[in-house]
Design a protein around this ligand. Structure first.
Ligand code: GAP
Length: 456
C-alpha cells in the first residue's frame, strides 16, 4: 500500500482531490473534488444506492434538509451530548482530543468509560506530553460540542439559532411516519439517505479521513423488536460483501464488535468495520443496533405518535432500528489506497495504475485515434455514440503508449484504439487496463461488450 503522502500528491496531480481554497492560501482540512474525484465520488454514491436501496425491494430513498428544527437536535441528544473531550496545551496553545491522547498512550483502554476528571488524572499521572511541543502542561479537559451553529433569518438572536446537521440519520427518523404512511410500507423496511454532514472536529486530519464537511451514506432499517439482532448480522454481511465486491481485500478489513460494556446506552449491538489505512486500522463504517431509542425520543420530543400498527396482526409497537452508516470520503480513501499501484513492466518501464472496480472508474473508456490526422473523424464518431451510455474520455495527443499510461493512472477501464482496421472492417482494438490484454471487437458489439464488463 502507498503512503498517505504519495496518495495526496497522486490525487492532486491527477485531478481527483485539490486542497480547498488553495489560491487564497487554503482553508485547513477542506478539500475540493476535481473532475475525476467528482466522478469517482458520484460512482461510489450510485453503487451504494444501487445495492442498499434499488436492489433491495424493502428499501427506499430520502433526501431530507440539512437545516432542521433545533428541537430535533435537542430530542436526539446532540445539543446536550454530541461533544468530544477537548484539552489545550497551555505552552503552545495546540488543541487535542483528550481521549485520543489517552488512547495513543494505551490503545487497550476504552476511553468512552472515562469521566473528564479521570481523563485529566490519567494524563497527569502518566506524564503524557503535548504531541506538538513536548511539554506536560495541559489545561483541564472540557466538553466541546461539535455541531456547527448558524442563524436563520435576518436577526442574529438565540431564537433563530439553528445547526448544520452532524449526521443525515435524524432526517430519516423525523420522517418515519410520513414515509411509512405515504408509501404504505410494512415493517421491516429501510430508508437510505446520502448527503452532507458537518462536524466541528477538534482534530480533523489524515487527508480526507476526518474533515469538518463530509458526506454520509446512511441506512436506517426499521424492524420488529426481537428481530433486530438477526437484521444486525444480515447488515454486517451485506456491508462486507459490498466492500469486497468493490475490490477491498478481506485482509485489510476488521469487523470490531463492541464489548457489552462499551456499547452506547441505547444500543444492544454495534460493530465498527475498520480498514487498514497506512496509519493503522481505523473506522470506515459503523453498524449499530439502536433499539427504539431514536423514534422514542422524537415521539416524546414532538408529541407525535410514531407507533407502527402491523396491518396483519394488529400489533402496535415502536420499531427497532439497525443503522449502517458510512462516510463517502472515507470509503473513497479506502478505495484509492486499495487501487493505487505502480508496476514494473516487462520492458522495465514503470506504470502507475488505478485498479478501481470498473463501476467506480471515472471514465469507463478512452477513445484513442491511433494517428490523429487519419483516425480522428471515426474516433470522434465512436466517442459521440458511447457517451450516451457511460462516461468516456477522448485523447488524441502523444504516442499511443503514453496515452495508455495516462488512462491506466486514472483508472480508465478500457482503451479503445481506432486504426485502419476500424476504417476498413468496422472493428476496434479494446485494451484492458489491468491485464493490458487486447481484443478486437466489432463496432456493432462495442457498446454491449463494455456495458457487460462494467456492471456492478
Ligand atoms: N448516524 C450515526 C453516525 O453518524 P458516526 O460513527 O458518527 O455515526 C458514521 O459516523 C460514519 O460517518 C463514520 O463511520 C465515518 O465513515 C463517517 N464520518 C464520521 N465523521 C466523519 C468525519 N469527520 N469526516 C469524514 N467522515 C466521517
Amino acid at each position: 500500500m502507498k503512503s498517505l503522502e504519495d496518495l495526496v500528491v497522486f490525487a492532486k496531480v491527477n485531478g481527483f482531490i485539490f486542497p480547498g481554497s488553495e489560491i487564497y492560501g487554503g482553508l485547513a482540512n477542506t478539500f475540493d473534488y476535481g473532475p475525476l474525484g467528482a466522478l469517482l465520488k458520484n460512482n461510489i454514491k450510485k453503487s451504494w444506492i444501487q445495492k442498499f436501496v434499488s436492489e433491495t425491494s424493502s428499501n427506499i430513498l430520502l433526501d431530507s434538509s440539512i437545516l432542521l428544527n433545533s428541537e430535533v437536535w435537542r430530542s436526539s441528544g446532540h445539543v446536550g451530548g454530541f461533544s468530544d473531550p477537548l484539552t489545550e496545551c497551555k505552552s503552545c496553545h495546540e488543541r487535542f482530543r483528550a481521549d485520543h491522547l489517552v488512547a495513543k498512550f494505551d490503545s487497550s483502554l476504552n476511553t468512552d468509560k472515562f469521566s473528564l476528571s479521570e481523563m485529566d488524572e490519567f494524563i497527569i499521572k502518566n506524564h503524557i506530553k503535548c504531541p506538538s511541543c513536548g511539554k506536560e502542561n495541559f489545561a483541564p479537559i472540557k466538553k466541546f460540542n461539535m455541531m456547527f451553529q448558524t442563524y436563520q433569518g435576518a436577526v442574529i438572536e438565540s431564537a433563530n439559532q439553528i445547526y448544520l446537521r452532524p449526521e443525515t440519520a435524524q432526517g430519516i427518523f423525523i420522517n418515519f411516519k410520513n414515509i411509512q404512511r405515504s408509501l404504505r410500507k410494512k415493517i421491516p423496511f429501510g430508508v437510505g439517505q446520502v448527503g452532507k454532514a458537518f462536524r466541528n472536529e477538534i482534530t480533523p486530519g489524515n487527508f480526507i479521513f476526518r474533515t469538518r464537511e463530509f458526506e454520509q451514506m446512511e441506512l436506517e432499517f426499521f424492524c420488529k423488536p426481537g428481530t433486530e439482532l438477526e437484521w444486525f448480522d444480515y447488515h454486517k454481511n451485506i456491508c462486507r460483501k459490498f466492500l469486497l465486491d468493490l475490490g477491498i481485500k478481506e485482509e485489510n478489513l476488521i469487523f470490531r464488535d463492541h464489548e457489552k460494556e462499551s456499547l452506547a446506552f441505547y444500543s444492544n449491538a454495534t460493530c465498527d468495520i475498520e480498514f487498514r489505512f497506512p496509519w493503522g486500522f481505523d473506522e470506515l463504517w459503523g453498524i449499530a443496533s439502536r433499539t427504539d431509542y431514536d423514534l422514542g425520543v422524537h415521539q416524546k420530543g414532538s408529541g407525535e405518535n410514531l407507533m407502527y400498527l402491523d396491518p396483519d396482526t394488529n400489533e402496535k409497537y415502536l420499531p427497532y432500528v439497525i443503522e449502517p452508516s458510512l462516510g463517502v470520503e472515507r470509503l473513497l480513501l479506502a478505495l484509492l489506497f486499495s487501487a493505487y499501484d505502480t508496476e514494473i513492466l516487462d520492458n522495465n518501464e514503470e506504470r502507475t495504475v488505478l485498479h478501481l472496480h470498473p463501476a467506480l472508474s471515472p471514465y469507463k473508456v478512452a477513445v484513442l485515434p491511433l494517428i490523429k490526422k487519419e483516425h480522428s473523424e471515426k474516433a470522434l464518431e465512436i466517442y459521440n455514440s458511447l457517451i450516451k451510455h457511460f462516461s468516456v474520455t477522448y485523447d488524441s495527443s502523444a504516442n499511443i503508449g503514453k496515452r495508455y499510461r495516462r488512462q491506466d493512472a486514472i483508472g480508465t477501464y478500457f482503451s479503445v484504439t481506432v486504426d485502419n482496421d476500424t476504417l476498413t472492417n468496422d472493428t476496434v482494438t479494446v485494451r484492458y487496463r489491468d491485464s493490458m490484454k487486447q481484443v478486437v471487437v466489432s463496432l456493432k458489439d462495442l457498446n454491449s461488450f463494455i456495458l457487460n464488463a462494467i456492471s456492478f
